[in-house]
Design a protein around this ligand. Structure first.
Ligand SMILES: Nc1ncnc2c1ncn2[C@@H]1O[C@H](COP(=O)(O)OP(=O)(O)OP(=O)(O)O)[C@@H](O)[C@H]1O
Length: 231
């Protein structure tokens, strides 16, 4: 795992054909973190969602070196070797936290990590395995969704504001999880306004977009339909 790396090769991210940010030219190696910074609307989430395979790059490429997928073959896509934790929790409110984590462990497959109860203990939620996810407070929900990172071992963690709802103690605990991940050859790519203990991390700053490029954005019909369904 020591020689593995993720490289952004003239990567341009956006929605459909419209570029939002980039080109990015940077590499992150095993044991390293990349912190993505920038003002609201700059394109941090767009970049992370592209890395997670949820959006297609507008240009350029994501190149992988030495990253091995669950089947033992070199990974073809970053999503196959990555955990993505976005703004949404990805947990069903009506089923227990343990069942949610068991679902994720099965869905992600690959190298087994901690059992759900141990993963919950790692985020300071020991003993509440059988509580429905929807009963938790905002900060507890965030911590439970971060426990996903521990139930299956994956080399690359893609994290979008992972500690937004967390109190100080929980932020510190999570910083410890990230540090352990890096120490064991993991890679973390995170948009975060909190330090996360990543003082040594490389920073990728995305500047503010100008008004003209904001106005030129096309509406993503699929996202709009999802938003309307939710409202
Ligand atoms: N579904 C969508 N369709 C079209 N444009 C979108 C869509 N989602 C986001 N955008 C636009 O893409 C740009 C970048 O948004 P993005 O969410 O990546 O920013 P961000 O840097 O993560 O911001 P924040 O700090 O507020 O989370 C914004 O101009 C936003 O309006």
């Amino acid at each position: 795992m020591t020689s593995s790396q993720v490289a952004l090769d003239a990567l341009i991210v956006g929605r459909a054909e419209t570029a939002v940010a980039g080109p990015f030219e940077i590499a992150v190696k095993a044991g390293e973190a990349l912190v993505v910074t920038g003002p609201n609307g700059a394109g941090k989430s767009t970049l992370l969602r592209t890395l997670a395979g949820l959006l297609r790059p507008v240009g350029g490429a994501i190149r992988l070196n030495g990253l091995i997928a669950a089947d033992g073959e070199p990974a073809a896509r970053l999503a196959d070797v990555a955990h993505y934790v976005g703004h949404r929790h990805g947990m069903k409110p009506q089923i227990t936290i343990a069942d949610n984590l068991t679902f994720w462990a099965r869905y992600l497959g690959g190298a087994p990590g901690l059992r759900p109860s141990a993963a919950l203990a790692a985020v300071g939620l020991a003993g509440i395995d059988d509580v429905p996810f929807g009963y938790l407070s905002a900060g507890q929900q965030r911590r439970a969704s971060l426990a996903r990172l521990a139930v299956v071992r994956r080399t690359v963690w893609i994290l979008d504001e992972p500690t937004a709802a967390l109190d100080l103690a929980s932020q510190e605990r999570f910083a410890g999880m990230v540090a352990d991940h890096l120490r064991t050859g993991g890679i973390a790519i995170a948009a975060t306004h909190h330090p996360l203990g990543l003082d040594q991390a490389e920073t990728l700053h995305i500047p503010a977009r100008d008004a003209a490029s904001e106005a030129a954005m096309t509406i993503d019909e699929a996202d709009l339909a999802t938003a309307e369904g939710w409202l």
